[in-house]
Design a protein around this ligand. Sequence first.
Ligand SMILES: Nc1ncnc2c1ncn2[C@@H]1O[C@H](COP(=O)(O)OP(=O)(O)OP(=O)(O)O)[C@@H](O)[C@H]1O
Ligand SMILES: [Mg+2]
Length: 256
Amino acid sequence: MIEAQGLEKTYRLGGREVRALRGVDLRLDRGEFAFVLGPSGSGKSTLLHLLGALDRPSSGKLLLDGRETARMTDAELTDFRRRHVGFIFQSFNLLPNLTALDNVLVPSLPRGISAEARRRAAELLERVGLAERLDHRPNELSGGEQQRVAVARALFKQPMLVLADEPTGELDHDTGREVFGYLRALNAERQTTFVVVTHDTTYQRPEDTVYRIRDGRIVERTSSTPAGAGTGAGREAAAGAEATLVPASASVRLVP
Ligand SMILES: Nc1ncnc2c1ncn2[C@@H]1O[C@H](COP(=O)(O)OP(=O)(O)OP(=O)(O)O)[C@@H](O)[C@H]1O
Ligand SMILES: [Mg+2]
């Protein structure tokens, strides 16, 4: 579904070059749940931006749903992103003048907001524990609550790909587990593909794919399925297990 080949990103800032990504190869299948781990500054956010077509690579190839992004116009990339990608950023990017409910509805503003859309947005906010906060603006919400609004907003359009950058960074562990519960449920119900950057590895499950990145390169990939063989993760989950979470002690099975 998503394939990156030799992806590089070099930022140019005041005559200096920062090589944020130095040749990343990866392939993500439908229903795959992938984590990206790595030290600060290693290129994790940069990678998510490229995978979500928020930015173009300096070199290398990126295929979204079989289409090479280099051959797509900016308008086509924007359209792809709007339709298919949900972002949960490190900074929540909530609009300060809008209520929690309206922030969730923002992605559907261009199409007009139906009563059904409002109902679904309210239901999503209830699922992330904010039933009593629908009419609060971001400055009337705690950091963790704002993060949960951002999660609900990303999930609202039922994207095929969710890119999450530290989605639980502001949350206590119990709330973080709940939020991961919603992400897992969506992964199981809709075969949504996830790429999650996190420092907290206790949310991982054995069937997840884990990429370790250092200095702009993937230095390790662990998964119970070989790269490109199709993932069993979403299907397994869909076949029965609902959004119960692994115990915090569960560790990643390392199968080369
Ligand atoms: N817009 C930019 N212009 C110039 N340099 C940038 C830009 N964005 C990121 N960088 C640099 O690129 C490198 C990778 O940044 P990136 O944000 O991808 O790291 P990260 O792995 O997400 O780190 P963190 O865990 O701290 O969020 C860093 O050295 C950073 O300073
Ligand atoms: Mg980052």
